[in-house]
Write a protein that binds this ligand. Structure first.
Ligand code: GAL
Length: 692
């Protein structure tokens, strides 16, 4: 861990996390089983070549059975067994799940929901993040663990907490929220102005009058709601930092992380969280059993890599199940393997799972695990062994390049949690438009075209991107608007899609045509936003179509490149383009259907000179990702399609061990990882079209 690399998406640099091998294993909760099972676990881990487990995520009640009394004997024992077997571990601080005694001793430290109900223990994540008793207890247990295990040679890193994200609306939160607001606004006049409290008689005359957005009679003040989300993220980050400092005080130098989460968890502003971590880690769960899950995996990876600015750790995935709504679908073994390699292709240094062994009982007893209930000799364990062996063969890909990013993307998508939170405030022109789906739809278009994509932090250096996409960034500061303008004027091609730039960072709508923050840059503005009914579509020039949101636009300093063909705005501008400096700005003020978005954005990428990783691969159902290593490049080919393909390239396939020079056949569902010289390429063709 010596090289430093520039963060392509953010504005920081970090020492890349470069373990000696790809990490394979998962959350291990031995406390549910007797000692005999521990020994069997270790034997099975060795058989599957597991080299990393995560201990202690939910072990607080065992580690501190009574307040201030600690028992680490059982953990010592399990750590010794792992050590003997040569298996490394992440050690969690167990603060996501305080024990029952804690709730009873400190009832004020239980979270309060918006309706004022104080939650009880009996599940997990029952903590009020701003409660002094909770913070003190968290620091104390972090210190105990740091002192005991912080120098252990098998310690791969610290896993602080688990998926921070419990919002609290109680008295401790109210006090801390006011302190945060005082820092942000300095005086009440500024706050009243920012929140536009003149509306509905909400003017605050004293700081103590301000509350978290608790249940109220009708709509909340949107600026208050947005600030509360920002505050909650900062408050949880402060709690994370405290634990990190406590561990550092014990002298432990192991890298520190906390697991972020996708798809739906949106309680954290990830860029600032990433800055505070030594390595970014992500839990990723498919949210569909259908083929879009592969695009979703790529989406999660590209976010994690961009937040990190380099390699990252996939901390959890499900080995066997895909939970969608009220049921769990089976994840086929070949999909489990393809997904695992998909994470690694896009910069993960690991394929870790929740969890090692199927639960003995408890709330998640039906959750998939590496060791199924049928045991280590069952057919269900065979793919786990297969994956472990494969990852060992692929181990060299962990090396991190010191001359540029791990995935060389030339398309960037601007991302900020503010966009998500802002579109969650109600009573917008169309509340059905969500940030996560708009961003994901944009990323999906690039994924379908096989084009590598980063996510980009507002204000960071975006000069490496030929194309910068701004989906649904509804609220933005003037600084962000200026940054976008500077990108375009500097020669970039900027594509802004609705609803972006309509409101400032306090959710105030500027006077004049929409989008108030961007109209000068775009060279066009609208005086009316029209929602379309569900299922209603409009046709746009060039074979495009819009749904959900259209605007009556007048181009003042831009060229109209596509007009509505039908509907209420027939003949009006849907897409405009303006020259700015040595670059250009395209504004799409109709919400494009997914097909239209795919066609339009692929065309934009082509025009900007950002092509697919392997030409023609996507059309055959092959996801191709180039991961750059210290000396070579690795072309990951994940075959999600139905018919066999032939791969040819100048190097060995590390999965099969065969040389790709003469061409290798890849069956549907299979994977190949071809090591090629820097900049070297592979070709992918339909197997039945290649002359043998
Ligand atoms: C994760 C969580 C795990 C487990 C898993 C189940 O989000 O960190 O503890 O609950 O979900 O899918």
């Amino acid at each position: 861990m010596t090289a430093r690399i520039d963060d392509p998406g953010g504005s920081m640099s970090r020492t890349p996390f470069a373990p000696d091998a790809l990490l394979f294993g998962g959350d291990y909760n031995p406390e549910q089983w007797p000692r005999e099972t521990w020994r069997e676990d270790i034997a099975l881990m060795r058989r599957a070549k597991v080299n990393t487990v995560t201990l202690g995520v939910f072990s607080w009640a065992l580690l501190e059975p009574r307040e201030g009394e600690f028992d680490t004997a059982w953990l010592d024992e399990i750590v010794a067994l792992l050590d003997e077997a040569g298996i490394g571990f992440f050690l969690a601080t167990p603060t996501a799940s305080p024990p029952p005694w804690f709730a009873l001793a400190h009832p004020d430290a239980m979270p309060v929901d918006p309706s004022g109900t104080r939650l009880s223990h009996g599940s997990r994540d029952t903590y009020a993040i701003s409660a002094p008793a909770y913070r003190a207890a968290s620091r104390r247990i972090a210190r105990v663990l740091g002192e005991r295990y912080g120098a252990h040679p098998r310690l791969r890193g610290w896993h602080i907490h688990n998926e921070y994200g419990t919002l609290d609306f109680g008295p401790h939160a109210a006090r801390a929220f006011r302190a945060w607001l005082r820092t942000r606004y300095a005086n009440l006049d500024a706050l009243n102005d920012a929140w536009c409290t003149a509306f509905w008689s909400q003017r605050y005359g004293a700081w103590d009058e301000i509350l978290p957005p608790r249940a109220t009679q009708y709509l909340h003040n949107p600026a208050q709601a947005l600030d509360f989300r920002r505050f909650s993220s900062d408050e949880m980050l402060a709690a994370f930092e405290e634990q990190k400092q406590e561990i550092a005080r014990t002298g432990s130098t192991a890298p520190v992380t906390t697991n972020l989460m996708l798809p739906a968890w949106n309680h954290l502003e990830q860029w600032s969280w990433a800055e505070a971590q030594d390595v970014v880690s992500l839990d990723h769960y498919l949210d569909t059993e259908g083929p879009d899950g592969e695009a979703h995996t790529a989406y999660g990876c590209d976010l994690a890599r961009s937040w990190s600015g380099g390699p990252w750790v996939l901390m959890e995935q499900n080995a066997r199940g895909i939970r969608v709504g009220d049921r769990t679908f089976a994840k086929a073994p070949d999909r489990m393997i393809r997904n695992s390699l998909g994470y690694i292709a896009r910069g993960s240094q690991s394929s870790l799972f929740f969890q090692w062994r199927a639960g003995a009982g408890g709330s998640e007893q039906w959750h998939g695990a590496l060791v199924p209930r049928a045991g280590g000799d069952s057919a269900g364990f065979a793919p786990v062994v297969q994956l472990g062996e494969m990852l060992e063969r692929l181990s060299e890909v962990v090396s991190v390049p010191d001359d540029g990013p791990i995935v060389d993307a030339r398309v960037g998508i601007v991302w900020h949690a503010d966009g998500w939170w802002a579109l969650e405030t109600p009573h917008l022109p169309n509340d059905a438009i969500t940030y996560s789906e708009e961003v994901r739809a944009t990323h999906r278009s690039m994924w379908r075209a096989g084009i590598a994509t980063d996510f980009v932090r507002p204000g960071s250096d975006a000069s490496r991107y030929r194309l910068l996409l701004v989906p649904a960034l509804y609220a933005m500061s003037t600084e962000t608007a200026e940054w976008l303008g500077a990108y375009a004027r500097g020669g970039g091609r900027l594509v802004v899609t609705c609803p972006s730039g309509l409101a400032d960072e306090h959710l105030r709508i500027p006077d004049g045509p929409h989008p108030g923050l961007l109209r000068d840059l775009i060279g066009a503005g609208s005086d009316e936003i029209l929602s379309l009914a569900r299922g209603e579509k409009v046709t746009i020039d060039g074979g495009l179509a819009g749904e959900g949101w259209i605007e009556r636009v007048e181009a003042t300093d831009a060229r109209v490149v596509a007009r509505y063909v039908d509907g209420r705005l027939a003949g009006g501008a849907a897409i405009t383009e303006a020259a700015r400096g040595s670059g250009s700005v395209v504004a799409v003020t109709a919400r494009l259907t997914q097909d239209a978005r795919d066609a339009f954005l692929a065309g934009e990428a082509r025009r900007a000179g950002a092509g697919p990783t392997v030409v023609g691969a996507s059309a055959l159902g092959v996801e191709a990702v180039r991961r750059r290593g210290a000396r070579s490049d690795y072309l990951f080919l994940l075959h999600h399609g139905a018919a066999p393909v032939r791969v040819a390239g100048d190097g060995p396939d590390l999965v099969s061990g065969r040389d790709a020079a003469g061409g290798i056949d890849l069956a549907a569902g299979a994977v190949a990882v071809v090591r090629v010289p820097r900049g070297g390429d592979v070709a992918v063709a339909a197997a039945d079209e290649v002359a043998t």
